[in-house]
Design a binder for this molecule. Structure first.
Ligand SMILES: Nc1ncnc2c1ncn2[C@@H]1O[C@H](COP(=O)(O)OP(=O)(O)OP(=O)(O)O)[C@@H](O)[C@H]1O
Ligand SMILES: [Mg+2]
Length: 360
């Protein structure tokens, strides 16, 4: 049974199963299940667990996903990713000293964390040879909680990853590694937007920005004085960025479009905040790298489905923005799933990346 990638977000659960076929990948199945109509943030943890548990069962049952082993990921404030510089040492040396060297960068007790790192390169600073390292820390209790949840469903967990790295894994599996390219992956979810800047196959910067689709829904609910679930529905049905050519066309049919313009106006400040954070990440990367600049942005996540968000980001950032075509050039085990994949593909990258973290 092929390995499963399970992405448990704050809004939806995604499950992806891939198969290797003659050196290429084929998608066995992929599906999404929403956790709740209401905002899960701030919910009682036990109640939220029940909803998550139910969504996991649903995503497997509705999409006929069967298996025994899976990989999952964690993100957001549960994960600390830090870019650090240390005196030169080998990977092996770093492995044994990371708990000591990393301590000052982690806001939790390091002994209660699971750590991982990636070596980014070597530099010379003030005449000293140093290494640049990306340090990742997750609280052990968080990891254990997820393990217990999934084990109770009868699965074996073979790997726990972070969203940003699963995203990179998916990008490289689908698009390959181009050494000339610096790509910014931006996965806009409900609570977080994961950003990952990769240069020739190496993550150079990564962060989870606490801005996502739930804030947009809140903006709409406030503007239209409606409930969160109502605003969610409106956002999906008529929400979107109005680009100039459409704006002029729209003003001719006032009533319905008035609402569209109001919704758009309510969401813009939040989207601008997100863009400011993305720009900050780019500035950080560009000032610390060897003067390479970002080639393009690849968008994914449920909120990448917001109408024209790609065009808006492209215009503001003056960069090419593409939508992450997760199942591009990938065979389908069953051609009948095609329309479902087209509909849901933007949700897929994190779980797809996880599904490829098969047991060794
Ligand atoms: N058609 C659409 N237009 C606008 N937004 C949409 C659309 N479809 C889904 N969304 C939004 O996508 C978000 C869910 O995306 P996703 O499933 O990637 O988040 P998540 O992984 O559960 O959350 P996170 O990782 O941030 O905890 C929600 O905010 C939802 O409103
Ligand atoms: Mg997510």
């Amino acid at each position: 049974m092929p390995h499963i990638g399970l992405d448990i977000g704050s809004y939806s659960v995604k499950a992806c199963q891939m198969k290797e076929k003659g050196g290429k990948y084929a998608v066995v199945n992929f599906g999404v299940a929403d956790i709740s109509e209401e905002l899960t943030d701030g919910m009682d943890p036990a109640q939220k667990d029940i909803l998550v548990f139910d969504a996991i069962k649903r995503v497997f049952a509705d999409n006929n996903i069967k298996g025994t082993s899976l990989s999952l990921s964690v993100s957001g404030d549960q994960v600390i990713v830090r870019y650090i510089k240390l005196p030169f040492m080998t990977r092996e040396e770093l492995k044994s000293t990371i708990r000591i060297d990393g301590e000052q960068y982690i806001p939790f007790n390091i002994n209660e964390c699971v750590l991982d790192f990636s070596m980014l390169g070597e530099i010379v600073e003030e005449g000293q040879k140093k290494i640049e390292v990306l340090l990742v820390a997750v609280k052990e209790e968080v990891v254990n909680h997820y393990i217990a949840l999934v084990k109770s469903l009868g699965f074996d967990i073979t790997a726990i990853d972070v969203d940003c790295f699963a995203l990179q894994n998916a990008y490289e599996a689908v698009y390959g590694v181009n050494p000339e390219e610096v790509v910014a992956l931006l996965n806009i979810g409900a609570k977080y937007s994961n950003i990952n800047i990769i240069e020739g196959g190496v993550t150079m910067y990564s962060r989870d920005i606490p801005i996502g689709g739930s804030l947009l829904t809140k903006d709409i609910a406030r503007e239209l004085a409606c409930t969160f679930p109502e605003a969610e529905k409106i956002k999906k049905e008529i929400g979107g960025i109005i680009i100039e050519s459409e704006e002029t066309k729209l003003t001719r049919i006032p009533s319905k479009d008035d609402k569209k313009i109001r919704i758009y106006g309510a969401m813009v400040p939040t989207i601008n905040k997100l863009i400011t954070e993305v720009r900050r990440a780019f500035d950080f990367y560009e000032s610390s790298s060897k003067k390479k600049s970002i080639t393009k942005i690849v968008l994914s996540g449920g909120s990448a489905k917001l109408k024209n968000i790609d065009k808006f980001i492209s215009e503001r950032m003056k960069l090419t923005v593409e939508l992450f075509d997760a199942f591009k050039e990938v065979e389908r085990e069953d051609p009948r799933i095609e329309s479902k994949l087209q509909e849901t593909r933007l949700y897929a990258p994190v779980s797809l990346g996880l599904s490829l973290r098969r047991p060794k």
